[in-house]
Design a protein around this ligand. Sequence first.
Ligand SMILES: NC(=O)c1ccc[n+]([C@@H]2O[C@H](COP(=O)([O-])OP(=O)(O)OC[C@H]3O[C@@H](n4cnc5c(N)ncnc54)[C@H](OP(=O)(O)O)[C@@H]3O)[C@@H](O)[C@H]2O)c1
Length: 107
Amino acid sequence: MVCVQNHYNLAHRRDDALIDALAGQGIAYVPFFPLGGFSPLQSQTLSDVAEELGATPMQVALAWLLARGPNVLLIPGTSSVAHLRENLAAAAIELDAQVLARLDGIG
Ligand SMILES: NC(=O)c1ccc[n+]([C@@H]2O[C@H](COP(=O)([O-])OP(=O)(O)OC[C@H]3O[C@@H](n4cnc5c(N)ncnc54)[C@H](OP(=O)(O)O)[C@@H]3O)[C@@H](O)[C@H]2O)c1
């Protein structure tokens, strides 16, 4: 097994323990619905953090996933080139421990 793909994002955290276990075995984890899929993520905390960082809520949601573990790989879906560019730029957003703790509280 090289990769697991399950439903996971800031608000849907059922696989927290699994992600850690897979990381320990060198197995990749690709969350589907990383942005909430058909029900896009909405949270006041997420919006607040995004505003503070000068980013969009979706960018922060992706940055949080990238910070979640070294084995987490992302394929956010979009039909928009502008969103694709925003999503790529999310890889450069660094979240400090305090911000990560606030975002963790969403789940
Ligand atoms: N293994 C499975 O069972 C399974 C199930 C579902 C999905 N998947 C895979 O998981 C990946 C992602 O799933 P998904 O596309 O359904 O869900 P998603 O990535 O969570 O969400 C996609 C939605 O987010 C919007 N979006 C994307 N970037 C955005 C941005 N920067 N700002 C605002 N809105 C943004 C998109 O709208 P716009 O088009 O307007 O950008 C679209 O409505 C895909 O590769 C899919 O194939 C796998």
